[in-house]
Design a protein around this ligand. Sequence first.
Ligand SMILES: NC(=O)C1=CN([C@@H]2O[C@H](COP(=O)(O)OP(=O)(O)OC[C@H]3O[C@@H](n4cnc5c(N)ncnc54)[C@H](OP(=O)(O)O)[C@@H]3O)[C@@H](O)[C@H]2O)C=CC1
Ligand SMILES: Nc1nc(=O)c2c([nH]1)NC[C@@H]1CN(c3ccc(C(=O)N[C@@H](CCC(=O)O)C(=O)O)cc3)C=[N+]21
Length: 283
Amino acid sequence: MAKQLLGKEVAAALNEKIKANVEGLKAKGINPTLGIVRVGERPDDLSYERGATKRCDTLGVAVEKFLLPVDVTQEELMATIDKVNEDENIHGVLIFRPLPKHLDEAAVIKALKPEKDVDGITDGSMVGVFAGTKQGFPPCTPQACMEILDHYGIDCTGKKAVVVGRSLVVGKPAAMMLIKKNATVTICHTRTKDMPSVTREADIVIVAAGRAGVVNESYVAPGQVVIDVGINVNDEGKLCGDVKYDTVEPVVDAITPVPGGVGAVTTSVLVGHVVEAAMRTVE
Ligand SMILES: NC(=O)C1=CN([C@@H]2O[C@H](COP(=O)(O)OP(=O)(O)OC[C@H]3O[C@@H](n4cnc5c(N)ncnc54)[C@H](OP(=O)(O)O)[C@@H]3O)[C@@H](O)[C@H]2O)C=CC1
Ligand SMILES: Nc1nc(=O)c2c([nH]1)NC[C@@H]1CN(c3ccc(C(=O)N[C@@H](CCC(=O)O)C(=O)O)cc3)C=[N+]21
């Protein structure tokens, strides 16, 4: 039986710190606020929005929503970004992506002020992750993976870590964060040859492929820690990860479930960033 790395436990610990910081801010008359910019009504945007809004509510962080129709023009969207940039009462901004195809996402990202970029999508935030400097914020999902490792006392120093996936939001920043923790890191993607032989050699495997069940028992080995970032919906309409949990769990030492793993920590990290952004305004 592998140890279950429970997102709920990690989130609960993060939430205690966040709550204390919210109280500190409110004592100074600052009401930490997340601005949410959503274009259209994509189901996974709505589910992330529900999770983030609920977490903000329980932690005393306000949410202001900017909801735009799916056929919004680039000019109207840019005007909304200007508005959230200039509004001193909004400390962090979450723009749901991908945006509909007719919109220029790069221009939108460029327009967002890095100090409000709590989702870690601007160039400024990216530089922060790569250079280890404190500008913008790291993307929430890879940071959530690191919070899980930290919480359960899993030391990365000298360990072999393999990341499956090389996206800008998860795989690449996760690899940078693992390097910072002194792991030796390998990144796999669709062009990787014989991936099972690579992942089997790892001490820590972070899977962010976006395909249900890509990592099965032939990819893993005893003693490993497996972090499953994937959020997929199976044929029965249930949430499942990128790892075949039932056959992988008996082999490895520790594993995150889906749901109840990384996703449960991601929203806490996001709200933590909003509070940190508000604290930076008074530093
Ligand atoms: N828990 C959370 O809070 C969040 C979870 N997610 C989930 O994380 C997952 C990854 O998201 P994201 O990074 O945005 O996804 P992307 O689709 O942007 O990237 C997927 C990456 O995985 C690689 N990949 C895909 N299939 C395979 C395969 N069979 N073998 C090896 N590599 C593969 C791709 O390689 P290549 O580059 O060669 O195409 C690509 O680099 C998704 O399931 C998503 O839903 C995302 C955000 C938040
Ligand atoms: N800029 C941007 N950043 C994102 O991170 C982003 C996005 N746009 N667009 C939409 C996708 C989708 N996504 C989800 C995250 C969590 C759940 C989810 O179900 N979370 C559950 C927990 C799931 C679990 O326990 O594993 C919850 O919060 O309660 C769903 C979807 C983020 N996304």
